[in-house]
Ligand binder design. Structure first.
Ligand code: ADE
Ligand code: ZN
Length: 328
């Protein structure tokens, strides 16, 4: 039962950069970091909130310089995800975080895409790529980057919205999401991670997103919960992340099982696994021990992950059949 087939729908590629790989890439690229070794770096992985994590997450990206670096990070993630039961992954990356450091867009996109191209053959994991935009930077910059991605024919299936949430409401990015929709892209956004339930409503109504990343603060608003249940809006919940960033006190307090039982369309994901203590399997195992996640609930989470994906109907059916077979 430990390895039901899953779709990973909430995963930041740069958040899979394990401390060992950070140090290796720093050596390879002659980048000086304020840590002597992996242990010192690992000791910095103690967060007070989202911002304290983001500071380290962006700082560590300094080691990513070449196509090969992006390819190595991507390959390491896919190999690890496959062992967790992931059979499909919709992977976010942060193009602006690299552009502002002077790393060209093509280095980032080509490095990642070169590995995704053979992921099904190499790891048995189908993939889609989502360009996530930083909500604490100007919308005009995001529009420019989106235009450049589209002009280059970058293999992106959708856009997302991430980074510091409070004070950066979805409505600031209405033009960006309208343009992405016109381009035929899928739309997702982080909302209700640290920010209020109203950000979830605005992500749906102003941005028109198809999926909410996190969304746990929706529980503060009963009318919103009723709507999310009625519309079966997909919500990608990341328990280990929420505890690491103190959005939730402990795993035993995490609302994901309550959300499932209230009829919300939730699935469990790993967010930034290198920083928060684990991958998809680790999140599920932690819920098993702290919240007594049942076999039946685990199967529902697997099914929801596939149904909430952007996969075509035939591949969804294939994965749902694999879940049924694995849980029989
Ligand atoms: N970027 C990477 N991880 C994130 C998270 N958990 N929330 C917002 N932005 C992020
Ligand atoms: Zn996230």
């Amino acid at each position: 039962m430990t390895h039901l087939p899953f779709a990973e729908l909430h995963l930041h590629l740069e958040g899979t950069l394990e401390p060992e790989l950070v140090m290796e890439l720093a050596r390879r690229n002659d980048v000086t970091l304020p840590y002597r070794d992996v242990e010192e770096l690992r000791a910095a992985y103690a967060f007070r909130d989202l911002q304290s994590f983001l500071d380290l997450y962006y700082a560590n990206m300094a080691v990513l310089r070449t196509r090969q670096d992006f390819a190595d990070m991507t390959a390491a993630y896919l190999a690890r995800a496959a062992t967790a039961g992931v059979r499909h992954a919709e992977i976010m990356f942060d193009p602006q975080a690299h552009l502002v450091r002077g790393v060209p867009l093509e280095v980032v996109v080509e490095g990642i895409a070169s590995v995704l191209a053979t992921s099904e053959d190499d790891h048995g994991v189908s993939t889609l790529l989502i360009a996530a935009f930083l909500r604490d930077r100007p919308e005009d910059e995001a529009l420019d980057v989106l235009d450049r991605l589209l002009a280059r024919g970058a293999p992106i299936a959708g856009i997302g919205l991430d980074s510091a949430e409070v004070g950066n409401p979805p409505a600031r990015f209405a033009r960006l999401f309208a343009r992405a929709r016109e381009a035929g892209l899928h739309l997702v956004a982080h909302a209700g991670e640290e920010g209020p339930a109203s950000y979830v409503t605005d992500a749906l109504d102003v941005l028109g997103v198809e999926r909410i990343d996190h969304g746990i603060r929706s529980l503060d608003d009963d009318a919103l919960v009723a709507r999310l249940v009625a519309e079966q809006v997909p919500m990608t919940v990341c328990p280990l992340s929420n505890v690491a960033l103190r959005a939730v006190d402990t795993l035993a307090d995490h609302p994901v099982v309550e959300m499932l039982e209230r009829g919300l369309n939730v699935s469990v994901h790993s967010d930034d696994p290198a920083y928060f203590g684990g991958y998809l399997d680790d999140n599920l195992d932690a819920l098993g021990s702290s919240l007594g996640l049942t076999r039946e609930q685990r199967i529902r989470l697997a099914e929801n992950s596939v149904r909430s994906s952007f996969l075509p109907a035939d591949r969804r059916e294939e994965l749902l059949a694999q879940i049924a077979a694995a849980s029989a």
